[in-house]
Write a protein that binds this ligand. Structure first.
Ligand code: GTP
Ligand code: MG
Length: 315
């Protein structure tokens, strides 16, 4: 993750270039190299190196922590409302910070609509179910709709221009551009009080570019690398990361749903919470949490309206 060096406290561009010139191009390398060795090769002061290394270890959570420290960190976890009480409940109270939440579904199942909705609700104060912060949105499919942001926020009584002003959007044109944008998040997130990162979709470029069995291993490795960067980002800055994913036909499934999430085990293991979406009648959608460590897999319904996402009244 050579691009992230500057994201560490105490590293400006001149220190970063000294480190890179000496071959320390990743935060992991900084965290695990003996400080004396870095000093010899870079001529950076010893105390500065110790500070940089502490920041590097904090960033990758490389040191032992007490269970109490873990508990304190978990206590800082926040939840963002989806606009639907039922869906929030199914998620354990909303979309969590310090975690990756994945929405999986076929076209039109509401993945992008949920991302747009969360981009609005994340800006609400804590007391109203928000994360009291701004949003970074990586759009890989060209389906980010600013008009929809205006519509959702004004119909919820929020100032649409202020809301739209707090969402930083980037269109990713291919998978390497997408990776570059993810690397950028390590500086963008702390500098702009970003509390929600959306990647809609995480997988489409990877699927489109790495075609064929012979490229699968490389694709999965790259995907894994970037998913783990996102995990570190979510933990380091206590932010929510929302990813969307497509379904792919799984002809070997004899029972149950023949459509499996794309991205295989890499995607399955990296995402803390996975939510399957499917179309119901009209604007109604059905969400079901899958593979969760502690959430029940009970399907819930929500609907897509001009206000974004809402509960279905008769529930
Ligand atoms: P893909 O990206 O194609 O895989 O689909 P997706 O899962 O992202 O679907 P998306 O979130 O774009 O859902 C599209 C559906 O949302 C449409 O079929 C509409 O039913 C609904 N929808 C989109 N915009 C609006 C809107 O402004 N108002 C209302 N009421 N519904 C909308
Ligand atoms: Mg979409």
């Amino acid at each position: 993750m050579s691009e992230d060096l500057e994201s560490l406290d105490g590293i400006g561009s001149s220190i970063a270039s000294k480190l890179r010139a000496a071959g320390y191009t990743t935060i992991e390398a900084l965290a695990v190299t003996p400080p004396g060795e870095i000093m010899e090769k870079t001529n950076i002061g010893f105390n500065t190196i110790l500070k940089i290394q502490k920041a590097a270890r904090d960033m990758i959570s490389a040191d032992f922590k007490t269970a109490k420290e873990f508990y304190e960190k978990r206590k800082n976890m926040r939840r963002c409302t989806t606009g639907s009480k039922r869906l929030d409940e199914a998620l354990g109270g909303g979309v969590e910070t310090q975690a990756l939440t994945e929405f999986i579904g076929e076209y039109g199942s509401g993945k992008t609509q949920l991302c747009l909705m969360l981009s609005v609700t994340a800006q609400l104060p804590f007391g109203e179910g928000g994360l009291n912060g701004n949003v970074a949105f990586i759009d890989t499919e060209g389906t980010f709709m600013p008009e929809r942001i205006y519509q959702i926020s004004s119909s919820r009584g929020m100032d649409p221009e202020a809301v739209a002003n707090n969402i930083l959007v980037a269109r990713a044109y291919n998978s390497s551009h997408q990776c570059l944008l993810i690397d950028r998040l390590f500086t963008l997130v702390p500098e702009n009080n970003i509390k929600l990162v959306v990647i809609d979709s995480m997988i489409s470029h990877f699927r489109g570019e790495y075609v064929g069995r012979e490229n699968l291993a490389e694709r999965q490795q790259k995907l894994n690398q970037y998913l783990h960067k996102l995990i570190r980002l979510s933990e380091a800055y206590n932010i929510a990361v929302v990813l969307t994913n497509q379904v792919q036909a799984n002809p070997t499934a004899f029972f149950g749903d023949p459509n499996a999430p794309a991205g295989g085990n890499v995607m399955a293991h990296a995402c803390t919470h996975r939510v399957f979406l499917r179309k119901g009648s009209k604007n109604v959608r059905v969400a079901r949490v899958i593979d969760s460590p502690y959430l029940p897999e009970i399907p819930v319904r929500f609907k897509i309206t001009e206000k974004g996402i809402e509960d279905v009244e008769e529930d």
